[in-house]
Design a protein around this ligand. Structure first.
Ligand code: NAD
Ligand code: TYD
Length: 351
């Protein structure tokens, strides 16, 4: 059935993979990608599908209430898949207000517009909120996050995402808005802004720069290939139950230091450097404030109820990812020089 779907944050890392998947897979859907093109948004991430007839890009800010209301008037959206967010923990420590505005106020603007537009007939409508496992807090050595785990966010980023999750659920319980929420573990793959651990360290190794490991490098993250996250969103969007939450993860826990050593070893091989050369760049630095110790997702509900399983093993995924960053030097250079942003600001300043 034809649908007009608003995807927010589709020029970012995960959003670009999701937009590509849906545009290619569902020719009869109209996909509208709304993105502010912050430092993290980059139209180069989706250049390959920009001319598809079922795809349109709109530049705009979800915090701008009037703009959002006008957008919902212009397009008769059937569904929203909401990914736009400020997403980096370190930036949230430096500038929490950006996170409060986009992640909480922006999400509420979208909820209000959806509620207002769909009021009276919520049938076949859906507000899909994409969230993170970080809302559950920090684990010790044992246990995993379930959908029923109490929220215990500890960074301004995770607190702002937790807040938005609560507001989305409140609109479901109070107004009957049809919603689903998914909470995913750390993603890795192509097109990730090189402020996050994996692309940052690949870029630094390439340029012979120090690898700043926070604390002792013993913190644990649960890594999932970004395309498997996009596949999970597709499955939940089509088959998820109204009002439900689904955890997404790949049962793939790594201490930071072990993961970094794998990256160093693959980089030595790819750059034809002597074995052990890249590891010499490892530099232990002051820990992140409030650094969560361990994340681990139990994705049994998604696997058993909706039949999703990850498609790619980590060893293969991390090699592919490293190869992508090494063979897309221009993408990486543009992003790290900041030129790309000036270019796109110029391109869209009168729209
Ligand atoms: P990202 O930072 O790469 O991309 C975010 C996108 O949102 C960018 O394109 C940016 O321009 C856009 N954006 C930011 N503020 C906006 C605003 N006010 N209005 C419109 N657009 C705006 O983030 P990502 O890693 O792709 O994450 C996407 C979503 O998935 C986020 O909601 C994040 O919380 C969630 N998530 C991320 C991970 C992860 O590992 N990266 C894991 C689980 C969940
Ligand atoms: P990050 O990619 O920022 O994701 P998140 O904090 O949302 O999990 O960081 C992943 C892990 O890597 C986290 O434990 C912090 C650590 N880290 C470093 O040790 N050094 C760095 O320079 C960065 C960016 C992260």
């Amino acid at each position: 059935m034809a649908k007009t779907i608003l995807i927010t944050g589709g020029a970012g890392f995960i959003g670009s993979h999701l937009v590509r998947l849906l545009v290619k897979q569902y020719a009869d859907y109209n996909i509208v990608n709304l993105d502010k093109l912050t430092y993290a948004g980059n139209l180069a991430n989706i250049a390959d599908i920009e001319n598809n007839s079922n795809y349109e890009f709109v530049k705009g800010d979800i915090v701008d209430t009037d703009f959002i209301n006008e957008l919902f008037k212009k397009y008769d959206f059937d569904s929203v898949i909401h990914l736009a967010a400020e997403s980096h923990v370190d930036r949230s420590i430096e500038s929490p207000m950006d996170f409060i505005m986009t992640n909480i106020v922006g999400t509420t603007n979208l909820l209000n517009a959806a509620k207002h537009t769909w009021e009276g007939s919520f049938k076949d409508k859906l507000f899909y909120h994409v969230s993170t496992d970080e809302v559950y807090g920090s684990l010790g050595a044992e246990g995993m996050f379930l959908e029923t785990t109490s929220y215990d966010p500890r960074s301004p980023y995770s607190a702002s995402k937790a807040s938005s999750d609560h507001i989305v659920r409140a609109y479901h319980h109070t107004y009957g808005l049809p919603i689903v929420i998914s909470n995913c573990s750390n993603n890795y793959g192509s097109h990730q802004f090189p402020e996050k651990l994996i692309p940052l360290f690949i870029n630094n190794i390439k340029n012979n720069l120090p690898l700043p490991v926070y604390g002792k490098g013993e913190n644990i993250r649960d890594w999932l290939w970004v395309n498997d996250h996009a596949r999970a969103i597709d499955v939940i969007f089509h088959k998820g139950k109204n009002g439900e939450t689904y955890n997404i993860g790949g049962h793939n826990e790594w201490t930071n230091i072990d993961l970094i050593k794998v990256i160093c070893s693959v980089m030595d091989e790819k750059l034809e450097r002597p074995e052990g050369e890249s590891e010499k760049l490892i530099t232990y630095v002051t820990d992140r404030a409030g650094h969560d110790m361990r994340y681990a997702i139990d994705a049994t509900k998604l696997q058993e109820e909706l039949g999703w399983v990850p498609s790619l093993q980590f060893e293969e995924g991390i090699r592919n990812t490293i190869e992508w960053y090494l063979s897309n030097e221009e993408w990486l250079t543009n992003i790290t020089s900041g030129d790309y942003k000036e270019y796109y600001d110029q391109q869209y300043k009168n729209r």
